[in-house]
Write a protein that binds this ligand. Structure first.
Ligand code: NAG
Ligand code: NAG
Length: 250
């Protein structure tokens, strides 16, 4: 793994990507959990981390370290996978599921030719003032119905579903189905992923229905000036500095 490139210069970033040395396969799993750990180490808190891979992890023994780091940094890890060595019950794959769900991230299974489309989603998800609205994982094939509230500070929101043949229905506070002609934007619509976005949503109670042919994960984020952060403390305090990011013993 590495060396790590840290830059704010897009040209250097592009150059380093081009110089990545791709070693010919053989063994399927990769040292990806260690790579995620390094990315978490060098990046700022609340970062968005994207993992592009075609294999499960060989170094899943690093999982606990990575989960602790995620809790401390509150960063989000999204996986864009074009292969997975074909066994979703293997701990090397399940480590990705744990990292994604702990970080409110997600796993997308795509064809190599669709990877470029994911950049549409990356573009939206990297906007500043992003707030998390909901994160739901369903391990069974079922219709998920969710009620959520939109307040007047929310300028837009995005719903992203990963699963087989996703269908998303959104109903606004007046009870109206919001489709393409009512302001729904389709950011990504592939066999295994659907991502929609709504700008200037009406404030009030919204409803979301999600249907897929198998298990699915749902994430929703919005753009708002209003966010919520939390900390744990044994004593009542008004200062977040005096709190800890994980529950304290006792
Ligand atoms: C998948 O991985 C699990 C856990 O390592 C193992 O028990 C199982 O035999 C594997 N299945 C296949 C088809 O390789
Ligand atoms: C959809 O995801 C599955 C793994 O869950 C994968 O095997 C399949 O190739 C994906 N299909 C497409 C079109 O990307």
């Amino acid at each position: 793994i590495g060396p790590v490139t840290v830059t704010t210069n897009p040209d250097i970033f592009q150059l380093q990507l081009k110089e990545l040395y791709v070693q010919g396969g053989g063994d399927c799993p990769e040292m990806s959990v260690g790579a995620i750990k390094q990315a978490l180490d060098v990046s700022l808190p609340s970062s968005s981390i994207y993992v592009f891979t075609d294999a499960r992890a060989k170094d899943h023994y690093l999982l606990e370290d990575v989960l602790k780091l995620i809790q401390r940094k509150e960063s989000q890890v999204v996986f864009v996978m074009t292969g997975d060595c074909g066994n979703h019950s293997h701990p090397g794959y399940q480590s990705y599921e744990k990292i994604a769900s702990t970080s409110s991230g997600q796993i997308f299974h795509l064809k190599k030719s669709d990877v470029n489309e994911v950049l549409n989603f990356v573009r939206v998800s990297l906007q500043a003032r992003k707030v998390n609205l909901l994160a739901i994982d369903r391990s069974l094939s079922q219709v998920t119905e969710v009620d959520f509230d939109v307040d007047s500070t929310l300028r837009e929101f995005t719903v992203s579903v990963s699963g087989d043949t996703p269908e998303i229905t959104l109903v606004d506070p007046s009870g109206r189905d919001v489709g393409l002609s009512e302001g729904l934007n389709n950011l990504l619509n592939l066999k295994n992923v659907s991502i929609v976005n709504i700008k200037d949503p009406f404030p009030g109670p919204w409803k979301l229905w999600v249907r897929t042919k198998g298990p699915h994960t749902i994430r929703s984020t919005g753009l708002s000036t209003l966010d919520f952060i939390h900390g744990f403390s044994r004593q009542p305090t008004a200062k977040l500095k005096e709190t800890y990011h994980r529950p304290l013993k006792g």
